[in-house]
Design a protein around this ligand. Structure first.
Ligand SMILES: [Zn+2]
Length: 247
C-alpha cells in the first residue's frame, strides 16, 4: 500500500455502488489512472466538489494492489466557463476523449497534463481561436506520445522548403515538390508547415503563441486531427460533434 499526492485533472467520472464514483484522472507523474472515490456522490462528501470533469486538484491517493483510491482533492481550478459555450465545451470533451483512449498509466510525460490544462485555460478564457488550441493540443500531444513528425525538411532529400511542400500523414513526414512524386502526400501551404513546426519544436511556454491567417486555421486543423487519428489508429466521436457544434 502506498499513499501519495499528485496534481491531477479529472477526465471523466462514472457512478458505481450506492454513492461512489470511478474517477479517471490524468496525473502529472503517473499518467492516466482510474481511482475509486468512496462516497463521492453524496453532497456531504469532501470529494463532491473535486471529483467532477475538468476539475484540477492537488490529490491525495492510495494505491493498493494496483487499485487506486482517491482520498481527498484540493480543488484548484474548475474551468467553469467552458460550460458557457457548446463548441468550447465539446472541444474540451474531445481532448478528454483523446486522453481517455490513448493515454496510459505509468511513465507519462508531465507535459501532457500541462498541455491539457493550458488548452482548457485558453478555451475557457476564450483568448485564442478554437482551431488553434485544438491543433496545438493534437500535434503536440502526438509528439509527446512518441509520434514526433519529421518536419525539419523533406524526408528524402533534406530540402527545407520548396514552393510547394507535402505532408505524408501516414509516414509522419514532409516531402518536397520533387520528392512527393506520385505519393498520396497532401499539398500544404508553407504558412501551415511553419505553424506545424512551431507546435512541434517550440519551447513549451510558447507553444500556443503563434498566429496563422484565419482562413488557414481549418487547414491546419484537418491536418493535425488526421495525423492524431493515424498515429493512434482511432476515430474520435467528440471531434465530429465539435465540428457539428460549429454549424
Ligand atoms: Zn525532397
Amino acid at each position: 500500500m502506498e499513499r501519495f499526492r499528485t496534481d491531477g485533472a479529472v477526465l471523466k467520472t462514472s457512478p458505481t455502488g450506492e454513492a461512489d464514483l470511478v474517477v479517471f484522472i490524468l496525473t502529472r507523474e503517473r499518467g492516466l489512472i482510474r481511482a475509486f472515490a468512496r462516497g463521492a456522490r453524496s453532497p456531504r462528501s469532501r470529494l463532491h466538489a473535486g471529483a467532477v470533469p475538468f476539475g484540477y486538484s492537488d490529490m491525495d491517493l492510495t494505491e493498493k494492489n494496483g487499485v487506486y483510491y482517491l482520498n481527498a482533492a484540493g480543488l484548484k481550478e474548475t474551468f467553469y466557463d467552458l460550460r458557457l459555450s457548446l463548441p468550447r465545451l465539446t472541444l474540451a470533451q474531445y481532448f478528454c476523449e483523446v486522453l481517455l483512449k490513448t493515454a496510459t498509466e505509468g511513465s507519462s510525460d508531465p507535459d501532457v497534463l500541462r498541455l491539457f490544462l493550458n488548452a482548457l485555460f485558453l478555451l475557457s478564457a476564450d483568448k485564442k481561436p478554437m482551431h488553434l488550441i485544438k491543433s496545438v493540443f493534437e500535434l503536440r500531444y502526438a509528439a509527446l506520445s512518441g509520434f514526433m513528425p519529421a518536419l525539419v525538411g523533406c524526408d528524402v532529400c533534406g530540402a527545407f522548403e520548396t514552393p510547394r511542400m507535402h505532408f505524408d500523414a501516414a509516414g509522419g513526414r514532409l516531402l518536397c515538390e520533387r520528392c512527393a512524386g506520385e505519393s498520396n502526400a497532401q499539398t500544404v501551404p508553407l504558412a501551415v508547415i511553419s505553424a506545424m513546426r512551431h507546435i512541434v519544436f517550440s519551447e513549451f511556454e510558447g507553444v500556443f503563441s503563434f498566429s496563422l491567417e484565419p482562413s488557414l486555421l481549418p487547414v491546419l486543423g484537418r491536418l493535425t486531427s488526421g495525423y492524431l487519428s493515424v498515429c493512434s489508429g482511432m476515430q474520435f466521436r467528440l471531434l465530429r460533434l465539435f465540428y457539428e457544434s460549429l454549424e
